[in-house]
Design a protein around this ligand. Structure first.
Ligand SMILES: [Zn+2]
Length: 234
């Protein structure tokens, strides 16, 4: 074995070892202690009250951001936290829609949070199509959010800097996903009968601040835990 191979192997082992040490901490906390959380979650089943739809970005894990415990939130993650419109067809493999249906119709969550974030690579790729034109899947997936991009272009024109344009597009795509949620008949029914609330959140990675969409003011505002107003879009 060459020195380089040995070095590479050691790096790979260290990377995986860090995860296994994290797992050991998890095991000790929940299974090798007097903690009964998992016993309860097994005997009663999971009943999360909230579905969070977030980006796959490694920096925006919803469980970490919300300090959630196991069983607290049901999570769907994908590139740029997008929700496709309701579409039933025989050949389609609709992973997001299936997980959404499970959360809404089986678990009967009371809230759906679309959690977007700044510095989103998916949105950057959407804005600079050259980044994704030769991809197998990302380009098609991100084309879902093109209406959000078009809205930002229409509202702001070409006169804004790329960073500002990206921030606008990141927020607009959250609203677009909220609107698409309302195309699912079982989501719309529950929203209209008050059983389900939709929320749009935007996390800034620059300073860790969370902004929430205020439907009364039609804009994102810094979160105020005490005065939070939930609302629906669509
Ligand atoms: Zn992202």
């Amino acid at each position: 074995m060459t020195g380089e191979c040995s070095f590479t192997r050691n790096v790979i082992m260290a990377e995986i070892k860090a995860l296994l040490e994290g797992y050991r901490h998890y095991y000790r906390k929940y299974f090798a202690s007097s903690d009964t959380l998992y016993e309860d979650l097994l005997s009663k089943g999971q009943s999360p009250k909230t579905l969070v739809i977030a980006c796959s970005d490694s920096r925006v894990d919803p469980s970490i951001v919300t300090s959630a415990q196991p069983g607290d939130i049901f999570v769907i993650r994908n590139v740029a936290n997008l929700v496709p419109p309701y579409q039933v067809d025989e050949d389609g493999l609709h992973g997001v829609s299936a997980a959404l249906e499970f959360a809404v119709c089986i678990l009967e969550v009371r809230h759906i949070v679309i959690m977007g974030h700044s510095n989103c690579a998916g949105i950057r790729a959407l804005l600079d199509a050259a980044n994704i034109e030769n991809t197998d899947f990302i380009g098609k997936w991100m084309s879902l959010a093109k209406p959000a991009k078009d809205r930002v272009a229409k509202r702001h024109g070409d006169g804004i800097c790329p960073d500002e344009g990206a921030h606008h597009c990141e927020k607009e795509s959250i609203l677009f996903s909220l609107e698409n949620l309302m195309t699912f008949p079982w989501v719309r029914l529950r929203v209209e009968t008050g059983k389900l609330k939709l929320h749009g959140w935007y996390l800034s990675l620059d300073d860790g601040r969370l902004e929430c969409f205020d439907p009364m003011k039609n804009r994102f505002e810094k979160v105020s835990v005490e005065n939070y107003i939930s609302g629906n879009v669509g």
